[in-house]
Design a binder for this molecule. Structure first.
Ligand SMILES: [Zn+2]
Length: 45
């Protein structure tokens, strides 16, 4: 239910999540548009 359309290519139904060291990047798997980046301060248990 949390699907988003990519504002760049407009046809995304999945968001690519990349964990890069201590940050998380969510981007479009089609065109590479970055939705959001944030620091992953809390480690999942
Ligand atoms: Zn896109």
């Amino acid at each position: 239910m949390a699907r988003r359309k990519c504002p760049s290519c407009g046809k995304v139904d999945e968001i690519l999540v990349i964990h890069d060291k201590d940050s998380v990047i969510k981007k479009c798997p089609n065109c590479g548009y970055v939705y959001i980046t944030y620091r992953a301060a809390m480690k999942p248990s």
